[in-house]
Write a protein that binds this ligand. Structure first.
Ligand code: HEM
Ligand SMILES: *[C@@H]1O[C@H](CO)[C@@H](O)[C@H](O)[C@H]1NC(C)=O
Ligand SMILES: *[C@@H]1O[C@H](CO)[C@@H](O)[C@H](O)[C@H]1NC(C)=O
Ligand SMILES: *[C@@H]1O[C@H](CO)[C@@H](O)[C@H](O)[C@H]1NC(C)=O
Ligand SMILES: *[C@@H]1O[C@H](CO)[C@@H](O)[C@H](O)[C@H]1NC(C)=O
Ligand SMILES: *[C@@H]1O[C@H](CO)[C@@H](O)[C@H](O)[C@H]1NC(C)=O
Length: 548
């Protein structure tokens, strides 16, 4: 019998190729082989880190790997984690590496990109230039629109809700407050108010039922993110074979959230249109609080950008009356994809941070009193009797104890504690402190706030919540703390909303602690979820209010 010589040769070649690619090259030739491996198998296969991620044990595993192996560790055949400033944050983030598919796999809305989920630097910076000034520190702290909105939300929605709960507690002892849900509602109302104008925005603070419905939709999806984000190909193939790795209700929740954001965009568009007609008629245009600041700026910048294209389609008549309207219509989902991301990023992260802030303060009565004394120095203080005037944003911003309490919470409980992946550039780069490790192009690399913030030589007793550390230390040690503080990320892809976040969080804390003392009733499940944005596992923190 003749040996089928050609198939045998072909098979041997394939097998030899595979042995080279998966065993010989990783062991002897890959430049990545010099980087300490978090697990024996990582030079050969990504299965270990995928398993860790699927099990929700990524955060503690990466931290333990850095503690064991140093500032650069290898997590997979083409993945590393860094935990240092020089050769780490400064190379990867300030250095402007691109984001890769990890973001576009999951964070598109309506199938369309936005600033956050865009991979390449150029379209990202074009978009960021259009809107970043609406979130700049000088705009946030002096915006008459935002002041009017914050006053209404705090005095007419949030404080009444706190007082209502408090009165209920006096009569029925069982009445306790899920402060995680209420705070998420307020942050949503402030963020959507600023984006869309108050009349087009959410009203979750006064409507507990709509708030819990929204949070169920939003948080119910989280544990299924793993599949489309880490294994998009497998997820698609399984779906073709009739296997749903992501249950149907997740798609339904996405649809409902997208429809909700789009309805706010449409309302903001109508409000703007009416106001320009009223202006023409010499009437009073839109009220301050109803001005859609971010929507207005983004829509007009995008319309301007695409007007030229549409003009071409309309037979070159640059003065065609339909041009702006056409653009606006065709951009409806583009605008909504961007702003849905802002409202999600904006409410979720601030809500998480404040929940941990209340949790820490609720265990420290004396610190609450000290904070209250500081808050009552504001003029006017944030008490119902001061309505509708709120204390000046700048005065609030410079209160030292309030700032230290917020900063320490962002350090110990960063809302985005885990990896923020980037992709090394085509020519490769060096990672880690001098001399560093050479890493080729197209390798996934990330740092994690949770790991950076756990460095004992920068943050003494790093595992404890100690706001004093931000008050007592200055000089070089303080600068070192600032360099390692990474709650908002860094570089060109850093949080665009950090000033709005700090603004709203400080006002919300001031509203609570100027009027009440808090204590914990039930904090089971308060540990942070091991997820990209990391709320308490239980999605709740039950507290009791006491009038002071
Ligand atoms: C405590 C509050 C907040 C925290 C801790 C936080 C944290 C972060 C972090 C770490 C990033 C970078 C993420 C990455 O590269 O993977 C980011 C980006 C972003 N954040 Fe925030 N954020 C907060 C509040 C807000 C608010 C209020 C907004 C409102 C508009 C916002 C909008 C955004 C956007 C649009 C990006 C993408 C920026 C870009 O790609 O250029 N965030 N945030
Ligand atoms: C986007 O990400 C991929 C990796 O996921 C990378 O290969 C590519 O070069 C990146 N940049 C652009 C401009 O697409
Ligand atoms: C707002 O912030 C800018 C930049 O930090 C600062 O220069 C300015 O004095 C602030 N203005 C007010 C009114 O708080
Ligand atoms: C917000 O909801 C509450 C309760 O349903 C309602 O009384 C209030 O008028 C609403 N405010 C706005 C601006 O829609
Ligand atoms: C990371 O996980 C560990 C172990 O579960 C937990 O103690 C820690 O609080 C987490 N840190 C963050 C920032 O999520
Ligand atoms: C902590 O930070 C110092 C620099 O201040 C650095 O030398 C050290 O390697 C870091 N430790 C860890 C565990 O990352």
């Amino acid at each position: 019998m003749a040996v089928p010589i050609i198939p045998v040769l072909a098979l041997s070649a394939v097998m030899l190729g595979a042995v080279y690619k998966y065993i010989i090259h990783p062991l002897f030739f890959s430049p990545l082989r010099r980087i300490p491996a978090a697990h024996l198998s990582v030079p050969f296969s990504p299965l270990w880190i995928l398993w860790i991620r699927q099990q929700g044990r990524q955060n503690r595993t990466i931290l333990a790997a850095h503690e064991r192996l140093g500032p650069v560790v290898r997590l997979g055949p083409r993945e590393v984690s860094v935990n240092c400033v020089r050769g780490g944050l400064s190379t990867v983030y300030t250095g402007g590496m691109e984001k890769g598919e990890w973001y576009s796999n999951l964070f598109y809305n309506y199938g369309l990109p936005n600033m956050f989920s865009t991979n390449a630097s150029k379209p990202h910076s074009t978009r960021k230039r259009m809107i970043s000034n609406t979130y700049s520190k000088s705009n946030i702290n002096s915006s008459a629109v935002l002041t009017a909105q914050t006053s209404i939300i705090l005095y007419e929605r949030f404080l009444p809700q706190l007082f209502k709960t408090f009165s209920a507690q006096l009569t029925e002892t069982a009445s306790v407050l899920n402060i995680y849900a209420l705070i998420s509602a307020v942050t949503m109302d402030i963020v959507t108010g600023y984006i869309f104008g108050l009349s087009a925005s959410s009203n979750l603070t006064s409507n507990t039922a709509s708030c819990s419905h929204f949070l169920d939709l939003y948080n119910g999806r989280r544990s299924y993110n793993f599949w489309p984000q880490e294994l998009p190909g497998v997820t698609r193939w399984a779906r073709k074979l009739g296997i749903r790795l992501v249950p149907e209700f997740v798609d339904a929740a996405n649809d409902e959230i997208e429809a909700w954001a789009l309805s706010m965009c449409d309302k903001a568009a109508i409000a703007l249109e009416q106001s320009s007609e009223e202006k023409k008629a010499g009437e009073n245009p839109i009220s301050l609080a109803d001005t859609p600041v971010v929507y207005g700026q983004l829509a007009s910048a995008l319309v301007k950008e695409s007007q030229k294209e549409v003009q071409k389609d309309l037979n070159g008549d640059p003065n065609h009356p339909d041009v702006a309207g056409e653009c606006q219509k065709s951009l409806r989902l583009t605008i909504s994809s961007e702003l849905l991301d802002h409202l999600a990023a904006g409410f979720d992260t601030s809500g998480i941070t404040l929940t941990y802030l209340v949790h820490e303060l609720s265990q420290r009565r004396e610190l609450q009193s000290a904070l209250r004394a500081e808050l009552l120095t504001l003029s006017p203080p944030l008490l119902p009797s001061s309505a509708p005037v709120i204390p000046d944003a700048k005065a609030l911003d410079v209160l030292p104890l309030l700032h230290a309490i917020l900063w320490e919470t962002l350090r110990l409980h960063p809302a985005i504690p885990g990896p923020q992946p980037r992709v090394t550039p085509a020519g490769g780069c060096s990672l880690g402190p001098d001399p560093g490790f050479w890493v080729p192009g197209a390798v996934r690399v990330s740092a994690s706030a949770g790991c950076l913030h756990a460095n004992e030589s920068v943050f003494k007793k790093a595992g404890s919540w100690k706001p004093e550390r931000w008050l007592e230390v200055d000089g070089e040690s303080r600068k070192e703390m600032d360099r390692w503080f990474w709650a908002f990320g860094s570089g060109g892809r850093m949080c665009v909303g950090s000033n709005l976040a700090i603004y709203q969080m400080k006002y919300i804390v001031a509203a609570i602690y100027s009027n009440f003392a808090t204590s914990i009733v039930d904090d089971s499940g308060i540990e942070q979820e091991d997820a990209y944005t990391a709320p308490p596992k239980s999605d709740k923190l039950m507290i009791q209010l006491e009038r002071v």
